[in-house]
Design a protein around this ligand. Sequence first.
Ligand code: PXG
Length: 458
Amino acid sequence: MAQDRTPAQWQALDAAHLLHPFSNTRQLAERGTRLITRAEGVYLYEADGRQLLDGMSGLWCVALGYGRRELSEAAAKQMNELPYYNSFFQCTTTPAIELAAELAKVTPPQFSRVFFTGSGSESVDTAMRLVRRYWQLEGQPQRNIIIGRTNGYHGSSIAGASLGGMAFMHEQGLLPQPGIAHIGQPYAFERAGTLSDADFGLAAARELETRILQLGPERVAAFIGEPVQGAGGVIIPPDSYWPEIQRICDRYGILLVSDEVICGFGRTGQWFGCQHYGTRPDLMTIAKALSSGYLPIGGVMVGDRVAATLIDKGDDFAHGYTYSGHPVCCAVALENLRILQREHVVDHVREVAAPYLQARWAELAQHPLVGQARGVGLLGALELVRSKQPRQWFEPRGKVGERCRDNAIANGLVMRATADTMIIAPPLVITTAQIDELIAKAWRTLDQTHEQLRSGIF
Ligand code: PXG
């Protein structure tokens, strides 16, 4: 497919016709896009054959790595049998039923039902609709405010971008929508000051209580959060944070929504991030690793409390998408779940890959550019700083991170930069030898970036 045009021709066509997500089209056209033409295991290959270790699992999704034939075969088989039908109007398909039943097995015990969507954003949209419908059916329609967090990321739909706390997204979209409030994020490196991590975690969680009391508890419907904020820069909350959030949600009777789009399906070493932190969410949004990204599919796991009200007290739930429960996507997701179980992938993360990655990742804190190396499971972040003691960030924020990311790619490693925080989330099947390779490339990248800074190349 890539052979009938040269890479430069592909780039020119791209520049003429594509609008890329979260990108500056003018700048992109000048620089030229990187053309990825194939992938295998944890490696991507560019059109010229150059190999890149994919430290980001695509966009946090390719849990099983690339090239798993069982997944493409599951898709082909289902395509030939029944490429599409929906679950509207009294109909259903067997892959959707089987996947729903399997999800009930692998998720925490309060979940026995799922509402399927086509993406994480649609899942967040659906969660918002479910939360508000729940309170209407409970006879408390005034309970409609959902609280999210600054710098949280819940997708790019109107609901997702509103619940998320990315100021630049709000500005471009006249957001957030009404009925949404935000509290600060549990970002100890930036916000803890002289507080211990544990005390900061409690203080950050108690912002939720303060906001609930300001708004009036009778008006607050739900709190939504990612167990670990991904797109915001792998913000790992102190261990004290989530139990306190749970206590506050319980105290005021508000619903807890765990956005598991990144943390779900093994990323933290548990099946779901809420299990790592010990919370009992009422709703969980899922996507990405549900199908290892091979086909677009997401869903909302609906806990017993919400399901009972929706079913016992409700009539039609006026919500759904053409591709809710798409049979081919469900067949692939089902096979993906089976492989995760058959190959004990989550155990591999918890017992082998995560401890090894975290031990090696921590070594990077010794680099003069790194103010903090943090991680959990197969997530990692490095804070690039101008000075460690006293702590000084680079000004303006983001330029050094961008350069460091470009250096990483030149060194054959995909890392992402959010401002000056370098982040990784490699495929769950990564081996210890591949982790060594990742660390060596990250180290080389930091050295180069440091050298460029010293010689004033910026
Ligand atoms: N919730 C969370 C926690 C996410 O990370 C979404 C919802 C939305 O999912 P969809 O499938 O609609 O994209 C996400 C998506 C990045 C990046 O650069 C992160 C996401 C998507 C694209 C880029 O870190 N997360």
